[in-house]
Design a protein around this ligand. Sequence first.
Ligand code: ADP
Ligand code: 5GP
Length: 326
Amino acid sequence: MPREGRLFILVGPSGAGKNTLMKRVQQHFDDLPQLATMTTRAIRKGEQNGREHWFVTHDEFRQLIADDALIEYQQVHMNDLYGTPRSTVETAIRDHHDLIADIEFLGAGKIYTAYPDHSVLIFVTPSRLDILVERIKQRGDISPDVLNNRFRRAQFEMTFAPQCHYVVINDDLDTAADHLRQIIAHERDQYAEQPAARHTIHGTVTALIEHQENVLIQANTPDRVPTFAIADQNQATPPHEALQQHLARVLPHPVTIGAFSDSRFDFVAPDYVTIDSPPPDVGLTFYYRCVLPEPAALTTQPPPGWIWQPVAALNLPAAVRQLISP
Ligand code: ADP
Ligand code: 5GP
């Protein structure tokens, strides 16, 4: 029996490259149409009614809301409303068709809440926000005020990254398109007999085992958070799984691994993010926020050989510190 259809939802700040990437991967998959959403904005040159959007009047949009025909809707630009048609999504799920969508993050969150088993949230972003600013500037004349607004909104949107299933770093377009293609293929493959191989990653993983702004440190290295090398050549263990395995060997208690950051990013990413392999000569450090499970006694009395150290006493990069005190 074929699986039900799913929605691949691209989320991320304006200018991140969502539409460019969507078009790229659609060239690869001939069965992945865009989820055409409802909008009150005017049709643009090159667009087709029913392909990118359904173009409706404000009155028609209000009627769709009244009829509960939209899963969610938002005012995205000054006066324009955008909403996700319920019937398109439910028909695709039922008829085993996948769709790809570009939805701003508040709407994407609502779609995920409504269809958690059928939504894959993919956050698209350049590695640094200054790259985004350059791209927005290049797109055309833009006043410092508007640019500043966009930048502040982008900073806010970045906070959604940890809630997504994947992050695609769009610095180099070919790499990002290939990564997005692999994510979609991998997700589709999960239902097949031979799941796709994951990326191999080389570098180090660092465990920030946290409780109330204290971090668990090995007693023999009191100024350093526990760090482990992951340099396997041929295996395909993502960094958070490698860390879990290391910690299981050295700690008497299991830990829960949460959000992570790495030295390339301006933001915190979800734990199960997949990332392309860095070049072989570049070592990457992945910092993971981890928590010890109950019993609470462990959080005051550390396991033998470990001590709790105040975060403030450690020299950590700002993005990493943000993992602990978001
Ligand atoms: P979004 O849909 O997220 O708002 P777009 O796909 O419209 O973003 O891309 C914004 C601009 O950035 C476009 O001019 C696009 O050509 C450009 N762009 C997208 N990805 C890259 C990249 N990797 N490198 C350079 N420019 C890019
Ligand atoms: P555009 O006018 O450029 O086609 O779309 C503007 C933005 O609106 C897109 O980047 C996308 O994030 C957002 N968007 C498009 N459709 C919807 C929708 O149905 N719901 C929400 N919440 N946002 C949408």
